[in-house]
Design a protein around this ligand. Structure first.
Ligand SMILES: Cc1cc2nc3c(=O)[nH]c(=O)nc-3n(C[C@H](O)[C@H](O)[C@H](O)COP(=O)(O)O)c2cc1C
Length: 174
């Protein structure tokens, strides 16, 4: 599949097979973050690759992020807010680079905004001056049409329907 087809076929994956992510694949995912653009080339990010079962269980506290414990990898993206407002944008770009790079290697992922920042910071020893931007689960998709596990079925339409290009785009004016 070409890169453009990979970009267009990416969808949030919330059900993972038990297959681990090999080290060389993880390194490529991290490298995609490292190579991302950033304002003034400040690279104001720090990534925590969580693979430890107990830590993953502690992060899986709620209805919308319980699958952290089933994903072989969760990357926690942190932005150094001391360097200014762009740090959150920069870190977001780096994380999405990772998502696309992962999918190019058939590794699915899901962004998670549902986390308790203070708990995540305490659990992972994240210092003052750093903001947790997002958590992203990564793993090979489980077989079958189960990227929406049972407790997500009623949200399926809301979470998948995409707006049309003419709804979201203006040409030469808003
Ligand atoms: C910033 C952000 C936060 C999100 N938080 C969650 C979340 O907490 N739980 C979840 O299951 N999906 C979460 N998602 C995934 C969205 O639900 C998903 O991207 C959206 O429904 C579009 O579906 P798609 O990614 O398959 O195209 C989040 C996505 C983004 C970008």
């Amino acid at each position: 599949m070409s890169l453009i087809d990979k970009v267009l076929s990416r969808r949030s994956i919330r059900a993972y097979s038990e297959e681990k992510i090999p080290g060389h694949v993880l390194n490529k995912i991290l490298e995609a973050g490292r190579q991302a653009p950033s304002a003034g080339n400040r690279q104001p990010w720090h990534f925590i690759a969580v693979t430890d079962k107990e830590i993953k269980e502690k992060l899986s506290w709620g209805r919308v992020n319980w699958f952290i414990k089933d994903a072989p990898l969760t990357i926690v993206g942190c932005a150094n807010t001391v360097t200014g407002n762009w740090s959150i944008v920069d870190t977001t770009i780096a994380l999405q680079n990772m998502v696309i790079a992962a999918w190019a290697m058939d590794v699915g992922s899901c962004w998670l905004g549902a986390f308790r920042e203070n708990e995540v910071k305490n659990l992972l020893n994240i210092p003052e001056g750093w903001k947790v931007v997002a958590l992203i689960t990564f793993g090979y998709p489980a077989e079958g049409e189960n990227r929406f596990p049972a407790n997500f079925q009623e949200m399926r339409e809301r979470l998948t329907k995409k707006k049309q290009i003419d709804e979201i785009t203006g040409y030469n004016k808003f």
